[in-house]
Design a protein. Structure first.
Length: 214
């Protein structure tokens, strides 16, 4: 079984399935995760995406958001993605092609109260994705983003243990009346990185159970 390593995602090439893997943002991590790809075939080394790490930060209304919270959320959720993209695009230009999948959020497509820094950062990721896609389409580099609704991650499940009512409230807001699974996001990332999505670039893709269609 051939395996290609995407920063934040491990994809089993023979089955098309994907498993989440922890990673942190930045050029060094991109190179650390990218390097093993060169040993498992040329199709692997050109398909990289930034890590899935991100933080919500402290909740507060916009005028009450501290500068420390703002800077931390923007640094991790937006600047971290930009740093990864700088390294990825540089490598992909040498290779002659590539596919990047950034991680935004449905909060990058709409708004939410009490998370101004997070919302701004995720909108920034969506905008950065579009801008870079326009810049490098002619060079064979496709750049997209996934925009998940609430997903059953360890962070969110920890919040549900403290506030069980949150889970049902989130589920009720979704047309499919459930939350998403990490594997459902990973499958979308795997598709966007594959040749089956060869004509798709500059897309912030909702993975949201129909939330944005309301």
């Amino acid at each position: 079984m051939r395996t290609l390593v995407i920063a934040g995602i491990v994809v089993a090439a023979s089955t098309g399935t994907a498993l989440a893997q922890d990673a942190a943002a930045g050029e060094q991590v991109f190179r650390r995760l990218c390097s093993p790809c060169h040993d498992i075939g040329p199709e692997a080394k050109v398909k990289l995406g930034p890590p899935l790490n991100g933080i919500e930060g402290r909740t507060a209304l916009t005028p009450d958001c501290s500068i420390e919270n703002w800077n931390r959320v923007i640094a991790i959720n937006l600047t971290g993605v930009w740093l990864c993209m700088k390294a990825e695009i540089t490598q992909m230009l040498k290779q002659g092609a590539g596919a990047i999948v950034n991680t935004s959020s449905i909060m990058g497509l709409t708004g939410a109260i009490r998370v101004p820094a997070y919302t701004a950062a995720k909108h920034g990721v969506a905008g950065l994705t579009k801008a870079a896609a326009l810049e490098y389409g002619r060079q064979g580099i496709r750049i997209n983003a996934v925009c998940p609704a609430p997903i059953y991650t360890p962070l969110l499940m920890g919040a549900f243990k403290k506030r069980p009512e949150m889970e049902q409230r989130y589920a009720r807001s979704e047309p499919m009346k459930r939350l998403g699974q990490p594997e459902e996001v990973a499958e979308a990332v795997a598709w966007l990185c594959s040749d089956r999505a060869s004509y798709v670039t500059g897309l912030p893709m909702p993975i949201d159970g129909g939330y944005m269609a309301q």
